[in-house]
Design a protein. Structure first.
Length: 198
């Protein structure tokens, strides 16, 4: 997994386990260090593929990379690929969420639609696969819940009254954008597992 985020690694592990796939998983923390490529692509797919290609080139291991973020209707699809650094500093979840809520302060319910988007890329000797998962919902007026990360405390999934941060990891995996994208990668990951078993 071309990430240092242990929660992303754990999510992929749960998806593989649920599918009955046995593949050893490592993160960027488990391989010799190398400079990571900056996320400068205009789309989630571009960034995921660039990260997976680079990790594969540096390690020689089949590499899965994810680029994900939040697209908000009232903000014309922003923060989009800038989600992790929306407030100016990469990975400051509290500041990003506070800025988003401030920008939507006077936006009524009917215009608070949003979707989490995840593009996942797998690069291996067998080739490249890129998939996309979307999780529609809306933005709450204030944070709620202790689970998840990023914008989860203010994202209310479609058909739900609780935020993504109030869902259990298993419940979130079943419906989340990343869970949906990772499940679309399962055929390619199963092929890797089959090759490894030969």
């Amino acid at each position: 997994m071309a990430s240092r985020n242990p929660k992303k690694l754990a999510e992929l592990r749960r998806v593989l386990d649920a599918a009955g796939l046995t593949l050893p998983l490592v993160s960027l923390n488990d391989v010799p260090p190398f400079d990571e490529v900056p996320e400068t692509g205009p789309t989630f797919e571009d960034n995921a593929l660039a990260k997976a290609r680079h990790a594969f080139a540096e390690t020689g291991l089949p590499s899965v990379a994810d680029d994900s973020g939040l697209e908000v209707d009232a903000l014309n699809g922003m923060p989009g690929v800038l989600s992790a650094r929306w407030a100016g500093r990469h990975g400051d979840d509290a500041a990003n969420t506070a800025l988003l809520l401030a920008q939507l302060r006077d936006v009524p319910d009917e215009r608070r639609g949003a979707a989490f988007v995840s593009a996942c890329a797998l690069v291996s000797k067998a080739g490249e696969v890129v998939v996309r998962g979307e999780w529609p919902g809306r933005i709450a007026y204030e944070p709620s819940g202790e689970g998840g990360f990023g914008y989860d405390p203010v994202f209310v999934p479609e058909g739900s009254n609780c935020t993504a941060a109030q869902l259990s990891p298993a419940d979130k995996d079943a419906v989340s954008h990343r869970g949906r994208a990772l499940r679309k990668l399962l055929p390619a990951l199963r092929a890797l597992a089959d090759q490894r078993a030969l």
